[in-house]
Write a protein that binds this ligand. Structure first.
Ligand SMILES: *Cc1c(COP(=O)(O)O)cnc(C)c1O
Length: 358
């Protein structure tokens, strides 16, 4: 039975990447040892890390005045690192609240600095919709504006760019590399790896160099962007196996035709799934059409007492991890880059059969 894993994170990785990792497990680059067992300072590993950065820069068209940093501590590690690195002694920041993750980012930043928060989601006819406020410089003396373009838990995506007088910081943990972006519109982009990049434990930071000119708060060296940049992301031992897999995912993305091609595939997968949900009376989406996530498709059964049965039958069919996050309930199909179109086709076929039988 073919299994399709819809887990929101850690999420499935491209099967070709996993096969390559399997083939190289005991013998990486003819050294007779695993990549896990070699020094991060060895010529081979340094080349791997350089290639990872170069390929990522190419994929996302990262301008030269941005650092690309590979760090520890996932997405939440960055919630703290951003505040410590960019706010200094007296800095303030503005956080847009569009769901669970952006809210959590603001809570963490408040441990270190003053944070103002603006709620930008409204409920219209029972559907959640993002209403972006007009942002004006006289609203406050902010060092940056933080937002989350794709709310993994809620299934809410903000598709349009944010017009902000302050540098924009985006938590792209669950949408990085899923469609083309213009990096130059952002002060900083970050992502935990375990959705669209590789395994957990690694995080990616793309930061405009000029943002690091102001003095930062004292902080652990491994969280310091300046120290990380000065040491080419190897101040201490990086999560080497995670970086190895991420490097292979970047290569895989290039073989798929890059981010533009990926974006088209992702759009098609999401469009087909939402179109099915939309015409159904058995399922519904709680998110307005303008803000539906292409990566995390949340939906509810009209009769929620069937949730358990739906999940059990889906699992028996090899459709895994469709349960929604405990904070919001319902169902969630995460369809990141690695999810083939075939997986969405299989999910729709199952949903349709389940609806007809019930
Ligand atoms: C998963 C996720 C995080 C948290 O990642 P951790 O690595 O568990 O800290 C943060 N933001 C978003 C949008 C996420 O999807």
């Amino acid at each position: 039975m073919q299994v399709f894993n819809f887990c929101a994170g850690p999420a499935m990785l491209p099967v070709e990447v996993m096969q390559k990792a399997q083939a190289e497990m005991l013998d990486w680059q003819h050294q007779g040892v695993s990549v896990m067992e070699v020094s991060h300072r060895s010529a081979e590993f340094i080349e791997l890390a350089h290639n990872a950065e170069t390929n990522l820069r190419q994929l996302l068209n990262v301008p030269d005045d941005y650092h690309v940093l590979f760090m520890h501590g996932g997405g939440r590690g960055q919630f703290a690192a951003i505040a410590m690195n960019l706010l200094g002694e007296s800095g303030k920041a503005l956080y847009l609240n569009s769901g669970q993750w952006s809210k959590a980012a603001a809570v963490e930043a408040r441990r270190f600095a003053q944070v103002d928060e603006l709620s930008i989601v409204e409920s219209m006819e029972g559907k959640q919709q993002v209403v972006l406020p007009e942002l004006k410089s006289d609203m406050g003396d902010y060092r940056y504006l933080h937002y989350c373009p794709n709310e993994t838990v809620d299934g809410i995506e903000i598709h349009e760019p944010i017009n902000s007088p302050w540098p924009v910081i985006a938590d792209m943990s669950s949408c990085i590399l899923s469609r083309p972006i213009d990096v130059s519109q952002f002060g900083l982009i970050y992502a935990g790896a375990q959705k669209n990049i590789g395994p957990s434990g690694l995080s990616l930071v793309i930061v405009k160099k000029s943002l690091l000119e102001l003095p930062a708060l004292p902080m652990p060296s491994i969280m310091d962007y300046r120290i990380t940049a000065a040491n080419e992301s190897m101040f201490n031992t990086p999560p080497t196996y995670a970086l190895y897999l991420a490097a292979n995912v970047f290569q895989w993305l290039q073989q798929q035709g890059g981010i533009e091609a990926m974006g088209l595939k992702n759009q098609r997968k999401a469009d087909e799934l939402y179109a099915y949900i939309e015409q159904s009376h058995f399922y519904r989406s709680g998110v307005a059409a303008t803000n539906r996530s292409r990566m995390n498709v949340t939906f509810q059964l009209a009769d929620e007492s069937l949730n358990g049965e739906f999940l059990a039958q889906a699992k028996a069919r090899g459709l895994l991890a469709l349960k929604g996050h405990r904070a919001v309930g319902g169902m969630r199909a995460s369809i990141y880059n690695a999810m083939p179109h075939q997986g969405v086709v299989a999910l729709i076929a199952f949903m349709d059969e389940f609806a007809r039988n019930n």
